[in-house]
Write a protein that binds this ligand. Structure first.
Ligand code: NAD
Ligand code: DAU
Length: 339
């Protein structure tokens, strides 16, 4: 199979490229990534030199470039991970989120349709369901939960989902969608909660916790997400949406304190800062459908996954130090300076 993976120089797409090359040496992987601030060629270093790996630098919203790539490789399958993915950045600058996440998806769908791909998979997010109240732990997001978005990021992801469903119905395209909860693991860009807290704690810098730290996220180790997407692409039913999650809900403050404990650092590093505007309270995924239909369950529990992740950041200081370049420093100052 020839699989075109977009966003493969990013966190989850990169892990998916590694996973596919290792598990399916007979497949060909074409990675398309525009190398935005979040894209990092060092993430792809483990697969450089593999004969079945190809890299193309391109913007998914660039119709001409994307059409040329489809013409060159004629992929059987497309997995769209490419996106602007950070909620805080979407609050500062929504425009690029609409361009990449919605128009970029449309360009990929049009190319997939023209070149008759046998599967187009859209990597979506649980954030399209909005949030759940803290005092109703019995409530979870199912695939039937109405779309109800809070941030420009989640609105742009929901727009892309609706476009995929419309293309599936109107053009009878073989499309699947997955909606996963929060991921963590190796190669995670340090602007997101877990890598930011690990790196700041290792450097004895303050750990900026938004609001009271009581918001709840449902954490999943990244390889479990990649394995689920792979299963949906190969065995899932066309036209279906699958939630992905492992019942691993934690408040942010518990996550931050666990990281400090594992690194042997003091809780005095915690710095409560101004909350994120429109901050979603709680995410909680009901994964019954993927459990029952595809037999998928997570392999890695939170405690093991978090300690593996901390070890990875300890052993790969070069990777994240290179990421903390001028552009990221400017973002850090802007996002946290005034909080
Ligand atoms: P990321 O920000 O780490 O990586 C995104 C990648 O996409 C980068 O390599 C970037 O260069 C590339 N990219 C951005 N704009 C592009 C464009 N216009 N053209 C081509 N490439 C472009 O993101 P991530 O955390 O790995 O998330 C990947 C996908 O998974 C996203 O679609 C996101 O919505 C979804 N998702 C993420 C999580 C999570 O917890 N991180 C959970 C559920 C779903
Ligand atoms: O649920 C899936 C989503 O998870 C994905 O669709 C997004 O792409 C991904 O970025 C992630 O979104 P979140 O907003 O949940 O992730 P983030 O790491 O930005 O924040 C996690 C929680 O931690 C959230 O409640 C905000 C809080 N936070 C975050 C940062 C960066 C802090 O308290 N301090 C911080 O400095």
């Amino acid at each position: 199979m020839k699989i075109l993976i977009t966003g493969g120089a990013g966190f989850i797409g990169g892990n998916h490229v590694h996973y596919t090359i290792e598990k399916y040496p007979e497949d060909t992987v074409i990675c398309v990534d525009d190398l935005t601030y979040a894209g990092n060629m060092e993430t792809l270093e483990p697969v450089f030199g593999c004969k079945n790996f190809h890299f193309e630098k391109a913007d998914i919203a660039d119709k001409t470039a994307i059409r040329a790539i489809f013409e060159k490789y004629r992929p059987d399958c497309v997995i769209n991970y490419a996106a602007e993915s950070h909620v805080d950045r979407s609050i500062e600058n929504p425009g690029v989120f609409l361009t990449t996440n919605i128009l970029g998806t449309q360009v990929l769908l049009d190319a997939a349709r023209e070149f008759n791909v046998s599967r187009y998979h859209q990597v979506s997010t649980d954030e399209v369901y909005g949030d759940l109240p803290l005092d109703r732990p019995d409530l979870l997001f199912t695939e039937e939960t109405p779309i109800h978005t809070s941030s420009p990021y989640s609105a742009s992801k929901a727009g892309a989902d609706l476009l995929c469903l419309a293309y599936a119905r109107t053009y009878k395209m073989p499309i699947t969608i997955s909606r996963c909860s929060n991921n963590y693991g190796p190669y995670h860009f340090p602007e997101k909660l877990i890598p930011l807290m690990i790196i700041n704690a290792m450097q004895d810098k303050p750990l900026p916790v938004y609001g009271k730290g009581e918001n709840v996220r449902d954490w999943l180790f990244v390889t479990d997400h990649c394995r689920a997407v792979d299963l949906i692409v190969r065995k899932g039913t066309v036209g279906e949406v699958y939630n992905i999650g492992g019942h691993n809900e934690r408040t942010n403050i518990v996550v931050v304190k666990t990281i400090l404990e594992q690194l042997g650092k003091s809780e005095a590093l915690i710095n409560y800062v101004t909350d994120r505007p429109g901050h979603d309270m709680r995410y909680g995924i009901d994964p019954t459908k993927i459990n029952k239909e595809l037999g998928w369950f997570p392999d890695t529990n939170f405690e093991t996954g978090l300690s593996q992740t901390i070890e990875w950041y300890k052993n790969n200081t070069g990777w994240w130090q290179n990421v903390l370049d001028g552009e990221y420093q400017k973002y850090y100052e802007k996002n946290y300076g005034a909080r």
